[in-house]
Write a protein that binds this ligand. Sequence first.
Ligand SMILES: [Zn+2]
Ligand SMILES: [Zn+2]
Length: 382
Amino acid sequence: MAARLSLIIICFFSLSIVNLTADAAHSHQHQKTNQKIDYSSQSAFKAYPNTHNLKPYYGLLHAHTGLSDGKGTPEEAYKMAKDNGLDFFAVTDHVERLWVSKKKWKVLKNAAAIESLDGRFVALHGFEWGGTPSWKGWYNHMNFIGTEKVISPLKGLRRLYKAIIKTEGIFVGQFNHPGMKKFKPPLSQNQWNDFKYNAAADKKIQLIRVGTGYERHSSHNEFVGYIPALDKGWHLGPQSSEDNHQKDWGQGHRRTGVWTTDLTTSSIMKGLRSMATFYTDDSNASVKLIANKKWLMGSTITKKGQIQLDVEVLDTDIKDHVITVELVSYKGQVVERSNSGSNNYHVSFKVNPSKDTYYFVRVLQPDGDRLISAPIFINRPN
Ligand SMILES: [Zn+2]
Ligand SMILES: [Zn+2]
């Protein structure tokens, strides 16, 4: 952690002075901009159909190796994650190191290509952006997984968004560790300008961390970003990651789950990009949320009238019962609650919101384990 902080500080002083002034000027210009939620402008968010052949796959989406401030090689990381039973795993080293040495980026991409085997394991490559300053503190970090090239670390948030909006190809963006309280005063943390909404960037960022992969870390701290980000209008699914800085990839039980058709890079990326994700404390449990018997969580439904939301919870461990299913909406309000004593539980809710909103599901198990689904976004046509 200290190593990473000093790396970030070095990068700040040696590289980012120009950004500081540019960001400051920008934030003053736009201080009075209204942050209006308008799901109707999001026609680019396609609904993801729920089909009978979707399966839950499990992985983690944030890890370091010796390519930046972690340990070992990407090959070691992928192999250990696979041996620990994960279906997919992303190595996402710090962009400052990968940018300075393009050879390292090549090493990472090659390792991912070599370690991926259709039907067995999907190795994803990515980078972690972060640590540029603003007047409101240090920007919290973001991961981009699957890009062809690395993006320059010489960017504040506004310019990062600009760069990723311009970036083509199949990749996934995510807000990392909103619960991390790493930066002590006077280095305060800038939570992506309080999740200030950016419609174009929203189409390139699909995930937010809601729990850590490590049992020894409190996963509950990481939940703090999910509802504030959704309330600002971002379309995001939840994810879990370990952010490993040691050789302990995939050793915990917490996972990012994704609903997709099969275990190939393109299918996993499709599921992640469709936000068909859930967070789970338990590596063999799944939750699925379906709107109007057709659209999977992560989908945006543009419709008037009543909407049916079906929840399917399954824990392959028969004694691991669901205890409570909560339907959560705007501002974190629990709008429905249902109790069960089964490990395989289906429940149906009917909603009829007056305005654009979202609904996600939180499942609690007796042992304290939680599952959190991606939302269904409701867009009410005028
Ligand atoms: Zn980070
Ligand atoms: Zn990290």
